[in-house]
Design a protein. Sequence first.
Length: 244
Amino acid sequence: MITGAARGIGLAIARALGRAGAQVVLVSRDGAALELAAASLAAEDVRAQTLTADINSEDWLARLDELAPKVDILVNNAAAFATYGRLQSVAHSEIEEVFQTSLYAALRLARHVLPGMTERGFGRIIQIGSVAGSLGAAGQVAYASAKAGLVGLTTSIAVETGRGGVTCNLLELGLVVTERTEAEIPQEIRDHLTRNTPVGRPGRPEEIAAAATFLASPDAAFITGAVIPVSGGLGLGLYPEQLG
């Protein structure tokens, strides 16, 4: 099951997991976009079911259990951004939305699927994080704080579940080109992030999907509690905007 799966990174992960043989469940608030996503996957012979839901509530979990009673792989990809601005200028409602979507929903979903994973002796929880959680982000304090909380959630689940065949890991992303990042991150900030990325370019959703697919596989059974940078090296170095 992949949240925020109607487009971008979530859809790319769904496609990669489906190609690897998984039956994927796409979750998003946007039902129309979900149907388009599922149709695109079906054209590639990827089995996909859709579930239109607001993951910030609990009332949809019963529908999830009916659709997918056995979730072996959970990818917590959904996230929210507040309006860019200093903390004191951002509406409290926006801050709450960021934490609900980026952190609390991930905790709630993990809590929901873990009993079944533990009973079956196999489970993979993959969190989609951000270098902002480690480095901070001026103008996005709520987002950076929620992503930092996701690291603690990841490592704590790993400690609790490691002997039950369940792993929990986090992919720490840099700038990745998606419709959403282009729409919600100002161009000057994207340019600044790219200049500070040692490989000299943003990432592609397919590159994130490749890492997630490996973590979901049996080959990754000895990896848990890991925070794995998939960032092009964003944040490395002693001074900003280094030249290669």
